[in-house]
Design a protein around this ligand. Structure first.
Ligand code: ZN
Length: 62
């Protein structure tokens, strides 16, 4: 199951959406998404439990 989560870019603070796969079971997922506005890479970490996003963090990518 796929869903989209809204987040604010760590660089320009504009709204972006990241696609999330909810079928992962209690798995920490780390990925890098380029902001659609400023093209800087945001590091996204999230955790899925019981098809719910239980943790969601955005950081600058160094
Ligand atoms: Zn940005």
């Amino acid at each position: 199951m796929l869903t989209y989560k809204k987040y604010n870019c760590s660089y320009c603070f504009q709204e972006n959406f990241v696609q999330i796969e909810l079928s992962y079971c209690s798995e920490l997922v780390e990925l890098i998404e380029d902001c659609t506005v400023c093209c800087n890479p945001n590091s996204i970490t999230y955790n899925i439990e019981d098809n719910q996003v239980t943790m969601f963090e955005i950081e600058k990518t160094y």
